[in-house]
Design a protein. Structure first.
Length: 438
């Protein structure tokens, strides 16, 4: 009986926690939109506020009351399902055509946008390593730590960036298209590097690491050579009668792929993302998009607030020491300088103007949810402790929140300058002053 009562208590407490997460997440998301910020800013902030950073400083140990330790594993399962479905939709939305026809300029700017932050990230890791080399009583290798920090510093958040570009009506502009193409390349690089880092950390030696990489290559070959053609074949023959089961089958494929990559020694998010990459995309398969992609997208958006709260429960800003706060500021500065500087320099070398280069740099400095995913992986595999994790989450929040206001200011200045220029061109020439005798 006691066991049954405990099971019922766990179920009810978990459901109550999820309900609280959803209503607080919705409130903060609406507030973010009122402040002209992406909704992800509100959801991340809601997660942090429900954790020890804000709720935890109030009397009564409220985070433990609302989210007891016994129910957190269940919340984490819900959060992981939402995250994996989200990664699947990101892979499905990935448009390879954004990378075509842009030639050397895209490649050069991307290399600068990734290489400089990566290099600065390794330098930052060298500074941080002395204070954060031990996590949970175990010393971590500098190579693993440096590669992870470099990856976290160098990425851009494709989904948040796409929303900002749409909100600012830049979707059909040269800058908007460039930013989406570069962010797409950043995403691919980030997931590949993250897969390598996870393989390095999880492997017990060189032989195990090579086995993980080998199985990873086999997985990719099978997905591209076998799974993708089979999916295209089945999608081309799917009729409206199959529409009700398409979301279940697509989600099954994504979760199965995540299960496989997790067992290989990579990470589950890599499998979900890659299954999305091999999904059919032709115009003839609109039924698949309408019946499967959109419902799964809605389900992931419903569950993602739980992921933000699970993240927020691991963020404890009250634990930041004076040194930790100084490191947090340093992390934010390095992240901004690396991304803005790399994009600005390479864009100028490719003949772009200062305004376009700066705008592009602002857009690619957005990190958002992609950064949180990577940081949670780092926390899970033991590369980040609570203090450094909290500082890195704040970097993701600040770099994302600063994009919209700075971009609006830049676009207004550009519009004003263009208006003045046009008015000067349209102004009729004034008559020359008389040069007659005095």
């Amino acid at each position: 009986m006691k066991s049954a009562e405990h099971t019922e208590w766990t179920t009810i407490t978990t459901l109550g926690g999820i309900a609280l997460v959803l209503v607080i997440g919705a409130a903060f998301a609406l507030l973010a939109r009122r402040l002209r910020q992406p909704t992800v800013i509100g959801e991340i902030t809601a997660g942090i506020c429900l954790g020890p950073s804000l709720l935890g400083v109030l009397p009564g140990n409220l985070p433990e009351h609302f989210f007891p330790m016994e129910v957190r594993p269940y919340l984490n399962v819900v959060a992981q399902v939402g995250l994996l479905l989200f990664m699947f939709t990101i892979g499905w939305h990935f448009d390879q055509t954004t990378l075509r026809g842009r030639g050397r300029a895209t490649g050069t700017i991307w290399l600068g946008a990734a290489a400089l932050p990566m290099a600065l990230g390794f330098g930052l890791a060298a500074v941080l390593y002395g204070s954060y080399r031990t996590v949970n009583g175990e010393e971590i290798a500098f190579l693993h730590f440096g590669l992870f920090i470099g990856t976290a510093i160098s990425i851009a958040a494709f989904p948040v960036l796409a929303r900002i570009i749409t909100d600012k009506q830049l979707y059909h502009s040269r800058i908007g298209n460039f930013a989406l193409a570069l962010a797409a390349l950043d995403d691919i690089l980030a997931w590949c590097l993250l897969a390598v880092v996870v393989a390095m950390v999880s492997a017990s030696g060189a032989g195990t690491f090579l086995a993980v990489i080998g199985w990873g290559v086999v997985y990719i070959v099978v997905m591209l050579g076998m799974v993708r053609p089979v999916l295209a074949f089945l999608a081309a023959r799917a009729g409206t009668a199959a529409a009700p089961v398409l979301p279940m089958l697509a989600a099954t494929g994504a979760l199965t792929s995540a299960y496989v990559t997790s067992n290989i020694g990579l990470h589950a998010i890599f499998g979900a993302f890659f299954f999305g990459l091999v999904m059919p995309r032709s115009d003839q398969q609109e039924l698949l998009r309408q019946s499967a992609l959109i419902p799964i997208e809605h389900a992931s958006k419903l569950l993602l607030p739980v992921f933000f709260v699970v993240t927020g429960l691991s963020v404890d800003l009250t634990s930041l020491t004076a040194t930790g706060a100084m490191y947090m500021v340093l992390i934010i500065v390095v992240a901004c300088v690396g991304k803005l500087g790399g994009v600005l320099l390479c864009s100028r070398l490719n003949g772009m103007g200062w305004h376009e280069s700066y705008t592009l740099g602002l857009l690619l400095n957005t990190r958002g949810l992609t950064e949180l995913v990577i940081l949670n992986v780092g926390l899970g595999i033991g590369l980040l402790g609570t203090e450094l994790f909290s500082a890195m989450v704040m970097m993701a929040l600040v770099t994302t929140a600063m994009t919209s206001p700075l971009l609006s200011h830049t676009l207004r200045r550009r519009a004003t300058a263009n208006s003045v220029s046009e008015s000067q061109k349209a102004r009729p020439a004034t008559a020359a002053p008389s040069t007659g005798s005095r």
